[in-house]
Write a protein that binds this ligand. Structure first.
Ligand SMILES: [Zn+2]
Ligand SMILES: [Zn+2]
Length: 249
């Protein structure tokens, strides 16, 4: 379950009603109004109401949508205050009747997401996605104001039990140099003055690779990260595999 509270300063969720759609004026609920106003947008009295951009999340078709926020015309008989509406593209073109829409703010940035579709299940994945759409200003502001020790989460995971003999043998075979062909990076030293190398599985154990001498290579930290996360990882993986096979042939 996604914990929206951990992501947004304020947020509210409301379905788009038939009236919202036919009048092209979305009536935000109280929590959504709080988010809009916390982002620094106050209901306008003037017509046409000024327009602002809302960052759209989890929608492959668009990343922003225009909106306005204004007081509806008060009918002469109404005693209560007019309720503000949202107009422009957000309701005229983006939202459809029945859409469950989340409106939330992080600082001065206002976000909207349709929750009709299934989202990634974890708050962490969702917040990473949201941060990709956040303004630099919002990101730096949150980073600078974050304080204290992070909360802990407990993760249960299965670990492979690797053979220490393979690790030792690979380090001997490497002769203190990164085994990625062409790598000549300077290695830093461990406490015992041995060069720092990491033993990597050419076909990862998680991809059903074997914990064998021929499937293991000693890599410098740079090559090791690159072979896992680099854009050219498959190319590097192949190059490494061929190299180790020739060594062992
Ligand atoms: Zn590795
Ligand atoms: Zn290297």
């Amino acid at each position: 379950m996604v914990d929206w509270n951990k992501i947004f300063d304020n947020f509210g969720i409301k379905k788009v009603s038939k009236t919202d759609k036919t009048k092209s004026a979305y009536l935000p609920n109280e929590k959504q109004r709080l988010a809009i106003e916390a982002a620094g947008i106050l209901p306008a009295n003037e017509r046409p109401a000024p327009s602002f951009e809302v960052t759209v999340l989890f929608d492959a078709t668009t990343s922003t949508v225009s909106s306005s926020y204004y007081y509806s015309e008060r009918s002469p008989s109404a005693e209560r205050n007019p309720e503000p509406r949202m107009g422009h593209g957000i309701i005229s073109s983006w939202l459809a009747q029945g859409d469950k829409v989340l409106i939330g703010n992080i600082g001065s940035q206002l976000f909207a997401a349709k929750l009709n579709f299934s989202l990634p299940p974890s708050s962490i994945v969702v917040s990473e996605e949201i941060i990709k759409c956040a303004n630099r200003e919002v990101i730096f502001d949150r980073a600078k104001t974050a304080t204290g020790k992070p909360a802990k989460r407990f993760i249960e995971r299965a670990e492979f039990i690797r053979s220490p003999f393979i690790v030792a043998a690979v380090l001997i075979r490497s002769d203190g140099k990164c085994e990625m062909p062409g790598c000549a990076r300077q290695l830093f030293s461990r406490d015992d003055d041995s060069p720092y190398l990491e033993v990597h599985h050419v076909v990862p154990l998680s991809e059903d690779g074997d914990d064998t001498f021929i499937n293991a290579a000693a890599l410098c930290p740079h090559c090791h990260r690159e072979v896992h996360y680099g854009k050219n990882r498959y190319l590097l993986r192949d190059r490494l595999r061929v190299h180790i096979e020739t060594l062992e042939a």
